[in-house]
Design a protein around this ligand. Sequence first.
Ligand code: SIN
Length: 503
Amino acid sequence: MSASPSASTPAPPALTLANPALLRARNFIGAQWRDAGRGARIDVLDPATDTVFASVADSDADDARAAADAAHAAFPGWSARPARERAQALKRWHALMLEHRDDLARLISTEQGKPLHEARGEVLYGASYVEWFAEEATRICGDIVEPAVTGRSMLVLREPVGVVAAITPWNFPLAMIARKIAPALAAGCTVVAKPAEDTPLTALALVYLAELAGMPAGVLNIVTASRANTPAVVDAWLADSRVRKITFTGSTPVGKHLARESAGTLKKLSLELGGNAPFIVFEDADLDAAVDGLMASKFRNGGQTCVCPNRVYVHEAVHDDFVERLARRVGALRVGPATEENAQIGPMINARAVDKIARHVEDAVALGARIVTGGERVRRDDGPNYYAPTVLIDATPAMALSCEETFGPVAPIFRFRHEDEVVRDANDTPFGLAAYFYSNDVRRIWRVARALETGIVGINEGAIASEAAPFGGVKESGYGREGSRHGLDDYMHTKYLCQGLLA
Ligand code: SIN
């Protein structure tokens, strides 16, 4: 996405939706769709062709403050509503998401590059968090504590923290924002949101559906901004003592910046940051299941997920067999524009992403890795952002792809001999989001699951995400959990009431 003044906003949207009203181009603040104060706009690109197909508002600090004003004003009313009413609004929003599933999927695919069938899955995935937290809203409860002295009553209440700023990434333009907004609203918080600069349209459509669902004015506000203006928007929220919480999914350096800069007003933080997931195949594993698991976890969204395996460790006894089975499957993946029904790997998000993948593969080969399949850019007449699904063998810890997230369709295979050695290597990273391993030995399963230093472990399973599970990391992958009954805690604080003179 690039910034441009509104006067030179290019061509009208090329995307056709069954409900064109979903294509929003302005901020939503206090129940009004408004241009950015300065009237500036930014282009939205289709990563399949690198061409502009829409534009949205390019907001600044004033727009961010206006959104916080609206959310702050709406908080007393929204938090005082009975939980059942908040739940009903979320359920209407959920129903509208399902009703518009095909349009939302088309928007996701066009601005993000995810194949259509995966984008339809993302709509269901994101909507599942909305339904889950609608149900959880009605189960919020505190404690009555047995007092230590007579004549007292002691109670523990759970209260919403206040205004929440949700800052979301481009790789799941719908699911990531849904799973932040839904628990916030369920808890009784109000929200200011800023989607990633590459993928603003899905988030705007989602907010439009929330408006249709009858969310009261100011409860949910959204501003979009270019890469250049994003710091001004975020800094305005960081400095604003009325914003009581920041929830962020993205890189570890940005997460650390938010932690440092929010210290001035001591905000509550949820940070879902980078990963460097190991995927371990032990000699006793079911190899077909392990290949299925790796295909599902590694090549979902073209490898552009924080939980996708970055390092694949295969025991030497099954190495060649596993690599042969994997390469057959990976070599058969169909690469093409995301909006083509049969595509399995779409374009990467932008040219910088493809350059990083190419750099990692070149570095690995220079340091001794061998390419089994892929290993090059896919040249297509219609767009430059494709990279071939790739399997590399003889990967080593010296390679960049061993310590940096590649965020692309590349599976580097490391050979190992002993369980303790592979667990040590798997943990030898500052990150700790997800890990996977395949084994049929029940003792080993418990041993390794406990030894892995991550927030999530897939055991004989590659598809781990679920609204019913706590998603989040340890170490420099962040803190806070999204989904499950724990997901509401991040948006609530605990208040203790002590009443005397009762004897
Ligand atoms: C992420 O990549 O940050 C989220 C992936 C998921 O929800 O599975």
